[in-house]
Design a protein around this ligand. Structure first.
Ligand code: SAJ
Length: 440
């Protein structure tokens, strides 16, 4: 079984199916098609499938090379999309890249999409297939969720009839193709054979290291690398709050701290969004026994989740200094995406900010050049506003004409959640300027 599959993988004749054609699945499918494999992608939305089969990428935002690559592999008939899971029947390698969020209240893994994909794949799973989970999953998920779900749905036995691996994705919006090609990857196998087959498969696309490990290690590495980042960002945010309280400028403090060797203080900001960082600490913690403490990670999540509400307090303070109450104030919020120059709005910090401002009685209008429903011209959004709140450091906002903006506003309060606007320039243009981490 292994030798036959290894030959097909090394010879690039193995039929590949990618389940989930989102930010992870679509670029992966295109890259394996470009490498020469026959690839079929499966997505539930017929509209998105039709778009992809026309060679059009459903992913907006700046993704260098993706639209061209997709067009090339579709025209070259190396890649097609479908909604029909029956395409899995012919597959020799199945990549699964579906969302794995956590429940809002319990913070426990919400595996609806994962379980649904496994249940749909199972009946079409053929003996000798390599199944690779690219989604980020809590440690022990391969053993306690993926293996039993596939065995029950297929009637086959993992390791005996098919191979199971976990190769967590490491992609970032804005750099999807580059990340997949260049990033080192941890390749977890339920057996050494599974890891060996997965390494041979990824070698056709990945230039970085491919490190074969067992599945629990792969699951821990992926969730830990993002929990680590969340803690680093929380430290920067806590420093911002301390500097505001002490009358220091956290941005200057950060620059000077980072001159010390081995320091790399992250950027404070208006909050931590996205489909990775806010949830992966919870995925990591969820896997442990009930008496597992994980105090630092829980505290980091609380600090980062508090930042949008801190932005509300800075807005309240700026308006009060201008003699305006939050209730009835017109507030222009710049940026709804969770990340600069991206259309991705998952877990955006702007949402809790807007909800809290509206709950306080403010009239809130939103602008975002990348998010369709908020692409109203900036001049219209800010017209007559009492306050502008910068939540995302889109390039467009770096070029704000502050004098023009000042003339457009009723009260000139500027609250900067990303240290985007130069403090002296803002004040010279007549703004009452407050920045997260710097109230000097
Ligand atoms: N953020 C800060 N301060 C920072 C860095 C980020 O407030 O110093 C905020 C961002 O504004 C955003 C959120 O955190 O709201 C997440 O930003 P991110 O740069 O971590 O971007 P993501 O969510 O796309 O994270 C991905 C992750 N990649 C994967 O999970 C494969 C993460 O591991 C990467 O480190 C990160 O990209 C990256 O480095 O760009």
């Amino acid at each position: 079984m292994k030798a036959e599959l290894l030959r097909a993988v090394e010879g690039k004749t193995a039929r590949v199916v990618v389940l989930g054609l989102g930010y992870v699945g679509l670029p992966v499918a295109c890259l394996f098609a470009e490498a020469g494999f026959p690839v079929v992608g499966i997505r539930r939305s017929q509209e998105k499938v039709d778009m992809i089969n026309r060679g059009q990428s459903p992913i907006e935002g700046k993704e260098p090379g993706l639209a061209e690559l997709l067009r090339r592999v579709v025209v070259g008939r190396k890649f097609r999309a479908t909604t029909d899971y029956a395409a899995c029947h012919q597959a020799q390698v199945v990549l699964l890249a579906v969302e794995t969020p956590v429940e809002a209240e319990t913070k426990k893994p919400a595996y609806r999409a994962l379980r649904s994909a496994l249940a749909d794949l199972g009946p079409h799973l053929s003996p000798g297939t390599l199944v690779i989970i690219e989604s980020t999953i809590a440690p022990r998920t391969m053993e306690t969720v993926v293996r039993p779900a596939l065995e029950d749905a297929s009637g086959l036995r993992a390791d005996k009839d098919f191979f199971l691996a976990n190769c967590p994705e490491r992609v970032m919006p804005g750099r999807l193709l580059q990340n997949i090609r260049e990033m080192h990857r941890v390749v977890g196998g339920m057996t050494p054979d599974a890891a060996e087959l997965a390494v041979a498969f990824y070698r056709h696309v990945v230039q970085g290291d491919l490190d074969p490990v067992d599945c629990i290690t792969a699951e821990v590495v992926k969730t830990a690398e993002n929990a680590y980042r969340d803690v680093q960002i929380a430290f920067a945010n806590e420093m911002a709050l301390i500097c505001e309280d002490l009358g220091a400028d956290v941005w200057q403090v950060r620059d000077l701290v980072n001159k010390a060797p081995y320091r790399a203080m992250h950027l404070p900001g208006a909050g931590v969004g996205g489909h990775c960082i806010p949830k992966d600490s919870w995925l990591l913690i969820a896997s442990g026994s009930d008496d597992l403490q994980a105090r630092i990670m829980r505290a980091a999540r609380a600090v980062n989740d508090s930042m949008p509400l801190h932005m509300v307090e800075l807005t309240r303070r700026g308006l009060e200094e201008a003699g305006v109450g939050l209730e009835g104030a017109r507030i222009a919020v710049l940026g709804y995406a969770y990340l600069e120059n991206s259309d991705d709005t998952r877990n955006t910090p702007t949402e809790p900010l807007v909800q809290a401002l509206r709950a306080a009685g403010a009239e809130v209008v939103i602008h975002d050049p990348y998010v369709r429903e908020y692409q109203v011209p900036l001049g219209i959004v800010t017209k007559g506003a009492d306050c502008v709140v910068v939540m995302v450091s889109h390039d467009e906002y770096r070029l704000l004409n502050l004098e023009e903006l000042h003339g457009n506003l009723c009260h000139s309060v500027l609250v900067d959640g990303r240290h985007l606007v130069d403090k002296d320039r803002a004040r010279a243009a007549g703004f009452r300027y407050l920045c997260v981490g710097d109230l000097t």
